[in-house]
Design a protein around this ligand. Structure first.
Ligand code: F0G
Length: 351
C-alpha cells in the first residue's frame, strides 16, 4: 500500500532540505513514462513520453514549486510572486494555498490559456495582467521581490531547478539508465537546465552510467536560443513558451554543448501537427507547447540529428485541458440526434 510521497520525500537525500524545512507538497512527480508505439514506428527509435500533465496542477512546474514554496516557508515568507505564461502561476497558486501564503501572479495580458487563468483564480491568487510579454512580467516580478516583502518563485529561484531535476531521476529509475536522447520544449530554459543537472548528478553518483544528448525545441517565433538574439516581440500559438529572453540562457546552452545536443526551432504548424498526432494516435492530450518536443523529435529524425535505433525520452510538459482552444478549433461540431438508436447508429456509421 505504498503511495508516491512527492519529489522531495522520494529523493530527499538529493534535495536541499533539512529537518527545519516544512515540506509543502501535493505529491507531485511519479508521473507515467509511457511507451509511444506510433512515434517509435515513425522514427525507428524507442520513444517514451514523460507525461508531466499528470502532475497535481497539470504541468511539470509542480516539481519545482514544492521545493520553492517549502524553502519560502522555511524562511518565513508570507507571500510569493511569479511571472508566468500560465503554468508557473497555476502551480504557485496551488502550493501557496497549501502553505497558507498569499500568491501574486503577473501574466502577459490576453496571452495565457483559459485553463491556466482559471487555476490562478480558483486558488485565490492576486492576478495582475501586465501590458507586456512574459519577459516584461519577469522583470517586474524581480523588481517587486527586491523591494517588497514577497519571495520570487520563478525558475531564477535555484530551488525550483532542484525540484525539477527529479524528472531525470525518475526516468533513469524507470529505464535502468539514462536514455540516448532527451527531447523537450524550451521557453525560459529552466527545465532543460534542471534535467541536465539531474542527469549529471545521477551519473556522478552511480545510478546512471551515462547522460543523454539533450535536444531542445523552441517555437520559431520565439527562438532566441536558436538565433542567438533576444526576441523583442515573441510570437507563437504555444503561449507557454512565448518567451524572447530566457532567464536560464547560458545554462541551456551549456546543457546543449556538454551533451553534444542541439536547440532548434519548430514552426507553429509543426507544433499543431504534433499536438493532433499525439492526441489522435497515441492517446495523449498535451498542450501545444508540450507538442514542440514531439514536433522536434520528428524534425530531428528527418534532419538526421537523431540516428534510428536510439532510446528517446520526450517530455510532454503540460496537460491538454489547460488550453482547450486548439482541440476545438478546426474540429467538426458534434452532431445532435433524437433519443433513437437507429438514428444514432446511422450518424455513427454503424448501420
Ligand atoms: N512547456 C510548458 C507547458 C510550459 O509551461 C513551459 C514554461 C515550458 C514548456 C518551457 O519550460 O521555461 O523551463 O524552458 N512555462 C513557464 C510558465 C514560462 O510561466 O509557466 P522552461
Amino acid at each position: 500500500t505504498h503511495q508516491w510521497r512527492g519529489v522531495i520525500t522520494e529523493y530527499r537525500d538529493r534535495m536541499p532540505v533539512t529537518d527545519a524545512t516544512p515540506i509543502v507538497t501535493l505529491r507531485e512527480g511519479g508521473t507515467p513514462l509511457v511507451p509511444a508505439p506510433v512515434l517509435s514506428e515513425m522514427t525507428g527509435c524507442e520513444v517514451h513520453l514523460k507525461v508531466e500533465g499528470a502532475n497535481p496542477t497539470g504541468s511539470f512546474k509542480d516539481r519545482g514549486m514544492t521545493m520553492a514554496i517549502s524553502k519560502a516557508a522555511e524562511e518565513g515568507a508570507k507571500a510569493v510572486i511569479c511571472a508566468s505564461t500560465g503554468n508557473t502561476s497555476a502551480s504557485a497558486a496551488a502550493y501557496a494555498v497549501r502553505a497558507g501564503m498569499v500568491c501574486a501572479v503577473l501574466v502577459p495580458q490576453g496571452k495565457i490559456a483559459l485553463g491556466k487563468m482559471s487555476q490562478a483564480l480558483v486558488h485565490g491568487s492576486r492576478i495582475l495582467q501586465v501590458d507586456g510579454n512574459f519577459d516584461d512580467c519577469l522583470t517586474l516580478a524581480r523588481d517587486l521581490s527586491e523591494h517588497y516583502p514577497v519571495a520570487l518563485v520563478n525558475s531564477v529561484n535555484p530551488f525550483r531547478l532542484e525540484g525539477q531535476k527529479s524528472a531525470a531521476f525518475e526516468i533513469v529509475d524507470a529505464l535502468g539508465d539514462a536514455p540516448d536522447v532527451h527531447v523537450l520544449p524550451v521557453g525560459n530554459a529552466g527545465n532543460i537546465t534542471a534535467y541536465w543537472k539531474g542527469y549529471t548528478e545521477y551519473e556522478a553518483d552511480g545510478p546512471a552510467t551515462r547522460r543523454p544528448r539533450m535536444l531542445g525545441f523552441q517555437a520559431a517565433g520565439a527562438a532566441p536560443l536558436v538565433t542567438g538574439e533576444v526576441v523583442k516581440q515573441p510570437q507563437t500559438i504555444a503561449t507557454a513558451i512565448r518567451i524572447g529572453n530566457p532567464a536560464s540562457w547560458d545554462s541551456a546552452l551549456a546543457a546543449r554543448d556538454e551533451s553534444g545536443g542541439r536547440i532548434e526551432a519548430v514552426t507553429d504548424r509543426q507544433i499543431l501537427a504534433a499536438y493532433r498526432l499525439l492526441a489522435s494516435r497515441e492517446g495523449v492530450f498535451v498542450e501545444p507547447a508540450s507538442a514542440a518536443s514531439v514536433a522536434g523529435l520528428l524534425m530531428a529524425r528527418e534532419n538526421d540529428w537523431l540516428p534510428a535505433g536510439q532510446q528517446v525520452v520526450c517530455t510532454v510538459t503540460g496537460n491538454g485541458l489547460k488550453d482547450p482552444e486548439w482541440a476545438i478549433a478546426g474540429a467538426p461540431a458534434p452532431v445532435t440526434v433524437p433519443i433513437d438508436a437507429a438514428a444514432a447508429a446511422e450518424k455513427l456509421g454503424l448501420a
